[in-house]
Design a protein around this ligand. Structure first.
Ligand code: 8YV
Length: 332
């Protein structure tokens, strides 16, 4: 859907709240995608060729090859906190600003971390399938007995905003001991406030009853959890991936779940999603959700609003809300 006018042109890559299109249309000529067509890369490039800005959803790859074809482009505004779809150095080299949407999804995503942890440790989906299949005919003392969550040890890998929100819930709500591993250690006041103890990765893998992954994806973070790490974990442990596909080696995880190297996993993100490793679809001890950790109406609206604030802030007022490569601002 294109509006013709002499306003600056922007592209909204996916279907989104009508209020987003309304706000953007006050300032820009907006090409949107109300049918939510999944454009392939040539289609995306063709649509971006005459645009100065793009509202992106975290799945469109913005890299040097694309940027060469889009000389007018000045900003790509992700409505997500993760921005591994951006080749930020290439964007900076091309003078294109990247923005993300931090903070507004922190608490909602942390809530979902606990939804997955509880569902996984207490075997909620597995037992529901059993019930729906008509297999529940009597009580038994060990039917779907799971792992304790309260009072257990939670290992958090990635102690940014979402990791810290999870740590607060764990300590205050569930009386858990929280250990964490992160690229950089938190200052001691923050550690104390969170009741969280820094440990090396191997100690975390060996001592946690439950492990939550909330680190951003990067080349260095690829397969943070693979066969070797899974082998270090307790056989009773659960692994929760809220972070990004590729942080876990899904093939190795499927194997570990089948072999009961670990007890169970809860996954919201997958390598190559929306495809899911077939081995994960056939093991019972995994809870699978389609990348919905931030999916509440209010939070998704707030995330979209941050992207709009960035587009309007930068293109109209020269002041983006959450720039990722602010050095681009100095170039103008
Ligand atoms: C998004 C997310 O909804 O913000 C992020 O980084 O992972 C989610 O909240 C998802 O990326 C949709 O593209």
């Amino acid at each position: 859907m294109t509006q013709s006018s002499n306003k600056p042109r922007i592209l909204v890559t996916r279907a989104i709240f009508p209020s987003v299109i309304e706000r953007l249309s006050a300032h820009f000529s907006v090409e949107s995608n109300p049918e939510d067509t999944l454009w392939d890369r040539p289609q995306l490039m063709a649509r971006l060729v005459d645009k100065v800005g793009a509202f992106t959803t975290g799945t469109e790859r913005i890299d040097a090859e694309l940027l060469v074809h889009c000389p007018q482009l000045r900003i790509c505004a992700n409505m997500t906190v993760g921005y591994n779809n951006f080749d930020l150095p290439a964007m900076t080299a091309a003078g294109v600003l990247g923005t993300n949407a931090p903070d507004v999804l922190t608490e909602t995503t942390a809530d979902f971390g606990f939804a997955l942890l509880l569902a996984t440790a207490r075997r909620v989906t597995e037992s529901e399938h059993f019930l729906r299949a008509g297999l529940w005919t009597r009580w038994s003392y060990d039917m779907f007995s799971g792992a304790e969550v309260h009072g257990s040890t939670l290992g958090i890998i990635g102690m940014g905003r979402i990791g810290q929100a999870i740590a607060r819930r764990a300590a205050l709500g569930f009386g858990m001991q929280v250990i964490y591993h992160n690229r950089s250690r938190l200052d001691s006041a923050t550690e104390q406030a969170l009741s969280a103890r820094y440990v090396d990765k191997t100690t975390l893998l060996q001592s946690a009853d439950h492990i939550m992954l909330v680190l951003p994806y990067s080349a260095e973070a690829h397969h943070t959890i693979g066969a070797a790490e899974l082998a270090c974990m307790k056989p009773t442990a659960t692994l929760i991936n809220l972070a990004r596909g590729g942080i876990v080696d899904d093939a190795a995880l499927a194997q570990a779940l089948r072999n009961r190297t670990i007890a169970a996993a809860g996954l919201d993100v997958f390598e190559g999603e929306p495809r899911v490793h077939p081995g994960l679809l056939t093991v019972p001890n995994v809870v699978l959700t389609p990348h919905i950790a931030s999916a509440t109406a209010g939070t998704r609206q707030a995330m979209a609003d941050v992207a709009v604030d960035n587009l309007v802030g930068f293109l109209v007022h020269g002041q983006p809300r959450t720039p990722l490569n602010p050095q681009v601002l100095a170039l103008r």
